[in-house]
Design a binder for this molecule. Sequence first.
Ligand code: SF4
Length: 479
Amino acid sequence: MGYIEGHSRDQMLLLPASVNDDVSADNPVRFIAAFIDDLDLGELGFDRSRPKRTGRPGYDPADLLKLYLYGYLNRVRSSRCLAAETARNLEVIWLLGGLRPDFRTIADFRKTNRAAFKPLFRSFVLLCRRLDLFGRELVAVDGTRLKAVNSRKRNFTRQKLAGWIKLADERIEEYLARLDLADRAEAEAEGAARRAAALEAKIARMRKRRELHSAMLADLVASGESQLSLTDPDARGMATSPKVGVGYNAQVAVDARHKLIVEQYVTNSGSDLGFLAQTASAAREILGVEQIDAVADKGYYKGEDIATCEDVGVVPYVVRPQRGPGINEGYFAKSEFRYDADEDCYTCPGGQRLDPYTRSQKPNGHVTIRYANMRACGTCALKPQCASGTRRSIDRWEGEAVLERMAERLAARPDITDRRRETVEHPFGTIKQWMNQGAFLMRGLANVNAEFSLTALAYNLRRAINILGIPALLGAVRA
Ligand code: SF4
C-alpha cells in the first residue's frame, strides 16, 4: 500500500479553476469583504477613499483594510508578514483579488490612516448593536498594560537621572583622587603611566555620560514630564506591571452580555485612576442608552471621577480600596465610623461624636474636612485599637456623599464584582493569549491607538462569528 499522493507540480490545474471554489461559504473572509465594502471609508476618514483622476493608480484603501482585518484576526500583524500572506495564502488571494502590495505600502497605509481605525471599530460596534448583541445594562471597565517598542534601559525618570548624576560625581571624585595619588607616586614606577592613562579615560567617559544625563534631566524638567523614553517618546514605565516595563495602558469598556468591547483607547498613564467616567460614558453613548451601570476594580476609585459618572449617565460600582495608615497598622477602618449628614458629624466605634475642625484644599480643588474629638480620645479605653497618637481623626471629601451612595449600591448587588471579573477578563485573556498580542509594533500614542483599535475590532469580530456565525453576519451587512 502506498501513500496518499499530491498532484504533480507540472500539472496545469494544481489550484481549483476559480479561487472562489477554495473559500467556503462560511469563511470569515467573506464577511470581512462584505463588511468593508459596505462602509463609506471616506466618511470614516480613510485617505484616498476616492481614486484620483490623474497619476498612477494607488491601492484601494478597502483592499488594504481587508488585509489588515484578516491579519489581525489571524495573528498576523506585521506589514512584512502581511505582504508574505498576499502571495501564499489562498484566503488572502481571494480577499484581495490577487493584489500583492509590498510591505512598505501596507505599513504606510496603517500609519497614514491611524485616526480612521477608531471610527472603523465603532462601525462594527454599531453593527453588533443592530444585531442586538449588547445587553446595554452593564459595562465592565478595566485597563491592561501592553509593551511598547522601548526597552527599560532607554526609559528615564527624573529620579533615575538625578541618581546617576550623583553617582557619576562620586565616581569622578574617586578617580581624580586616585589619579592624584598616581601622580605623586614615582613616575618611573612600573605601570604608573598606564594606570594614569586608564583613569583619565574613565574620567572622560564618566564626564561625557554625566553631561548627557544632565541634558536629559534639564529637558525633562523643562517639558514638565516625569519620564523620558528614547525609542518611543510617548511610552512610559508601567510601575504597576513590572513585566511590561515600558509600555501603554489600554482602557476598555466591555458589555456584560456577550463580552464584546464597546469602547477602547490607549493612554500612557501608568494608573487607571480617573478613566472611569470617560470610558463608561463613551460606551453609554455608542450603546444609545440614557443610563448605564459601570463596574470597575479598586484602581478606579477616585472621588471626582465617580462624581462625574453620575453627571454623564453612568451609575458607577467601584469597591473602596482599603488603604491608609489606619488600615496598615490594624486600627479601626474609616467604614466603622458612621456619618450623620443632618448633624454633619461622625460617630466613632466608641460611640463618641466627631465634629469638623479643619478644612483644607489641594491645588487641584479637592476639599477635605477633618473630624475629631480630642477630649473623648484622651480618655478612651479603645484608643489602642483606634489611634497611635493623642487622637483619631477622620478625613471626609466634600463630595463624599456620592461615594456613600455607591457603597449602598454595592452592598445591594454583591455579585457585581464577580461579573466584572468574568466580563473583562475574557477580552484581555483572549487578546493576550489567543490573539498573541505582544508588544505594539508602532511607536507613538496615535499609532498604538490605531493598532489597538484593530486588535479590539478583530476580537469583536471573532466573538460575533462565534455567537452568530458567518451567514447571519453576512445577512446583516447585506440587509
Ligand atoms: S480613640 Fe477617639 S475616635 Fe477612637 S474610639 Fe476612642 S473616642 Fe472614638
